[in-house]
Design a protein around this ligand. Structure first.
Ligand SMILES: Cc1ncc(C[n+]2csc(CCOP(=O)(O)OP(=O)(O)O)c2C)c(N)n1
Length: 253
């Protein structure tokens, strides 16, 4: 009896085993990003910049050119690549510690300059790679390795809403927030990435797609419990949806 193939790996991904923890959203984000690059027929002219953080090995997974930046500095490296090679599809991939903490100045100025690359921002509400410390995105009351009694606004301020924050800048032409824990949401997240690529290809300006991700290993929960926590605690603070689209109108729109 012949077997029917119902799923194949996108040509945007190499046949590499993942190192991510069970339930982690990075693998899903990698896949939809890789699919979007392949569907844009841009595998040969894409350059991604991987962060310091759990996604540091992006170059082992993506089947397109990838380089590595120092912690928080992907926007600086991407700025150089895009300015020297303006016809490349340039992607920054960043975690919330990488972008909103150590790399805050880099991202704000790149966005404000309207650099013409796309940022994929993974918000898992903590520093994953180093063992679950508080990030700027950590929720009020959330227990982490460095806030064992829960984050307080008095001591550590409020959760940074990066997509809304950056969307205020005129150089930013596209900002959206999606999530990675349900099939329908994953499809929507991919549509945001594809639209961000359109904005970049039109040379309109800076584009960012924030993606909410569970981090079961560091949240100390099972993947299913983590999904419930994300829905209960993250969605009210980080609402999903399109935040800004000032790119050229889509055909037929
Ligand atoms: C200059 C510098 N400071 C600190 C570190 C340690 N470090 C490595 S990964 C990381 C946190 C990354 O967290 P995040 O960006 O949220 O990504 P995640 O691992 O959750 O995907 C830190 C602080 C480092 N490698 N380099």
């Amino acid at each position: 009896m012949s077997e029917k193939i119902i799923f194949t790996r996108t040509e945007g991904l190499k046949p590499a085993a993942t190192t991510y923890c069970p339930g982690c959203g990075h693998g899903v984000a990698h896949r939809i990003l890789a699919e979007a690059v392949a569907e844009a027929k841009a595998l040969e002219r894409t350059v991604a910049v991987a962060p310091v953080g759990c996604a540091v090995y992006g170059y082992d997974y993506w089947n397109f050119d990838t380089t590595e930046a120092a912690h928080g500095r992907t926007p600086a490296v991407a700025t150089a690549i895009k300015r020297v090679l303006p016809d490349r599809l340039v992607i920054c991939y960043q975690g919330d510690g990488d972008m909103a903490s150590i790399g805050m100045a880099e991202i704000v100025h790149a966005a404000n300059r309207g650099e013409k690359f796309t940022v994929i921002f993974i918000n898992n509400a903590n520093y994953g790679m180093t063992g679950g410390q508080m990030a700027p995105t950590t929720l009020i009351g959330q227990k982490t390795a460095t806030t064992p009694y829960g984050r307080t606004s008095e001591e550590a301020g409020y959760p940074m809403k990066m997509a809304e924050f950056l969307a205020q800048l005129p150089g930013v032409k596209y900002a959206a927030r999606g999530a990675l824990h349900k099939p329908g949401l994953i499809r929507t997240a991919k549509s945001y990435i594809k639209r961000a690529f359109e904005i970049q290809e039109a040379k309109a300006g800076f584009s960012i797609v924030e993606l909410l991700s569970i981090c079961p290993a560091n949240w100390g929960l099972s993947p299913l419990e983590s999904v419930q926590k994300l829905e209960e605690l993250m969605l009210p603070i980080y609402p999903l949806g399109l935040i800004k689209d000032e790119g050229p109108k889509k055909e037929g729109a």
